[in-house]
Design a binder for this molecule. Structure first.
Ligand code: B12
Length: 218
């Protein structure tokens, strides 16, 4: 099977909600020497775009979405297993908190960003989803992280990202932490407008931005 066919199978596995196919295609991708990031961006993520569009159009419903997410995550865990092993033995690049903001339970994208950060050598503290602003701040202080990473998937929950920056300012500790935000409705303009430090449109950009924020080249 050639590279294009393997990438097409990864996309199809998510579209067809098929975790077994996802696992099989992920193994084939590794065997063919396809970079995990490429398999995610050019295969799985395209499948998720189809699913998101069908959901937006009312042609797909919650149970199917969850199965698509499961197929996606199954493949990601196969693709990144070796990378994670490798990164466990590397010196850590820095500590990052990831979470989905208060009021928001969407965590598929956050989990991808988390896996890719870990695989790239960051130590990641995952606070889960629907995490109150004060908990984010408390954990950032407790773990002395370099970066606070937050995901918001709804226009109604994006303001929680602004609240995080504001709370840090009010406590006089804004300078201790870099704030990096993402999620489908989030943009560079939004991140600039709330005075945060970084934005990533996808997991690959999130990694580049995180490296930049800890003073490494992207
Ligand atoms: C899957 C899904 C769900 C699943 C979530 C399952 C889960 N465990 O996450 C379920 C079915 C539970 C769900 C529930 C709801 N959903 Co929903 N859901 C979606 C859907 C279809 C896809 C989201 C997704 O997983 N995308 C795939 C991932 C891979 O992409 P991503 O999250 O954007 O992540 C990438 C980047 O954004 C970036 N990134 C993400 N996080 C971060 C963080 C950092 C730091 C960085 C740098 C980068 C980064 O990297 C990621 C990887 O490339 C979207 C549609 C859409 N167009 O987005 C709607 C959508 C987000 N949902 C929506 C809504 C309204 C809801 C509900 C309120 C109920 C409803 N009416 O359906 C509830 C929300 C309850 C709540 N309080 O949160 C709306 C939001 C509208 C708005 N106000 O903005 C959307 C846009 C659908 C729509 N058009 O109506 N949903």
């Amino acid at each position: 099977m050639n590279k294009a066919e393997i990438l097409a199978n990864l996309k199809r596995a998510v579209e067809e909600l098929d975790s077994s196919l996802a696992e099989e295609a992920a193994r084939e991708a590794l065997a063919a020497g396809i970079e995990p990031m490429e398999a995610i961006q050019q295969g799985l993520s395209l499948g998720m775009t189809t699913i998101s569009d069908l959901f937006d159009e009312g042609e797909m419903f919650v149970p199917q979405i969850l199965l698509a997410a499961e197929a996606f995550e199954t493949a990601v865990s196969v693709l990144t297993a070796d990378m994670s092993e490798e990164s466990r033995n590397k010196t850590k690049l820095g500590k990052v908190i990831v979470h989905t903001v208060q009021g928001d339970i969407h965590d598929v994208g956050k989990n991808i960003v988390k896996t890719m950060l870990q695989a790239s050598g960051f130590e990641v503290i995952d606070l889960g989803r629907d995490v109150p602003v004060d908990v984010v701040i408390a954990k950032a202080k407790e773990y002395q992280v370099n970066i606070i990473g937050g995901s918001a998937l709804m226009t109604t929950t994006m303001p929680a990202q602004r609240e995080i920056v504001k709370a840090l300012e009010e406590e006089g500790i804004r300078g201790q932490f870099k704030c990096m935000f993402g999620g489908a409705p989030v943009s560079q303009e939004w991140v600039d407008s709330i005075g945060a430090d970084g934005y990533g449109e996808n997991a690959a950009e999130a990694i580049m931005k995180a490296k930049e924020l800890v003073g490494l080249k992207g």
